[in-house]
Design a binder for this molecule. Structure first.
Ligand code: GLU
Length: 313
């Protein structure tokens, strides 16, 4: 495979069947990468067993298949990738970028989710503790104190240009703090697993929902710490329900009904403002996808975080 070939992916967590919102992400990443002549991979992000629903992976794969969203190669399951996550942690440890943390959930809640690095210099043992990534210090403008432990890559401000949302900037130190790579219960974090696997699978283009936009600077920072290359990002508006919430399993979003695949694809194209001709609504899934690949145009997608889902979903 040429180093220049594009590779995209759809990376669902098996927490329930596909709904309209997740279909939109799958379809958009599929059309985008197929238009580039690239490969489209599917990765099941099954590293959080308490959140998983038995049978959901199989249901998702069946739904993708029924919509004609055929992936290349084998499906990658994150549950089979744990040794690689450990290896990445070891690499970060060698660089002195991680530490063990004993802070519990109530303390994190009191901090409002932004960790204050309390455990950073306590040299705690690994047992029963979480692992956090050191994102560096905030230097006080007044005293200049606090910058002494700057790590190699520095994390003051991370910015990137999203192909849909435009310029995005985040100060990791002030807006996120040192973040968890492995939880106290031993589970690896989404942030670590996603970065290690995007690199492992050679992903070049990520198209996913805007709910993950604010995770992207953490992922770019981890890529830098691990010596990986940066990817192209396109964050889509998420489909929201009447209460303004993202369609999700937790919000009881309706699973896609079998038999409506062509209609679902056509509705998703309309929702993504790709302006398919009305006559396409009567065509087969193959014809709808072929039209979508040919006419896919990122610039038509509004750079807003959320858009109301079609009423029927
Ligand atoms: N597994 C994540 C989810 O279902 C998506 C990961 C990603 O696209 O980076 O929300």
């Amino acid at each position: 495979m040429s180093a220049l070939s594009s590779i995209g992916r759809f990376a669902p967590s098996p927490t329930g069947p596909l709904h309209f919102g997740s279909l939109v992400s799958a379809l958009a990443s599929y059309l985008d990468i197929r238009q580039r002549g690239g490969r489209w991979l599917v990765r099941i992000e099954d590293i959080d067993p308490p959140r998983e629903v038995p049978g959901a992976s199989e249901t998702i794969l069946r739904q993708l298949d029924a919509h004609g969203l055929h992936w290349d190669g084998n499906v990658l399951y994150q549950s089979e990738r744990l040794p690689s996550y450990l290896e990445a942690l070891e690499q970060l440890k060698q660089k002195d970028l991680i530490y063990y943390c004993q802070c519990n959930r109530p303390r994190m809640q009191r901090l409002g989710g932004i960790y204050d690095s309390q455990c950073r210099y306590l040299q705690l043992a690994a047992k029963d503790n979480a692992i956090r990534l050191n994102v560096g210090d905030i230097v006080s403008a007044e005293t200049g104190i606090g910058g002494a432990t700057e790590n190699q890559t520095g994390a003051a401000h991370l910015s990137f240009t999203d192909q849909i949302m435009g310029h995005y900037q985040q100060c990791l130190r002030a807006e996120v703090g040192d973040f968890v790579l492995r939880r106290r219960d031993g589970l690896f974090s989404y942030q670590l697993a996603v970065v290690v696997d995007d690199q492992y699978q050679g992903i070049t283009h990520i198209t996913r929902g805007s709910d993950l936009l604010d995770s992207t600077p953490r992922q770019i920072y981890l890529q830098q710490c691990l010596g990986y290359s940066q990817l192209e990002y396109a964050h889509l508006p998420v489909a929201i329900n009447l209460n303004g919430q993202k369609l999700s399993k937790q919000n009881h979003a309706a699973a896609l009904v079998p038999g409506n695949e062509a209609h679902n694809l056509f509705t998703a194209l309309v929702w993504l403002q790709q302006e398919p001709p009305a006559a396409l609504a009567k065509q087969s899934i193959t014809e709808i996808l072929d039209w979508g690949i040919k006419h896919w145009f990122l610039a038509k997608i509004p750079g807003t975080l959320g858009i109301a889902a079609p009423q029927e979903f």
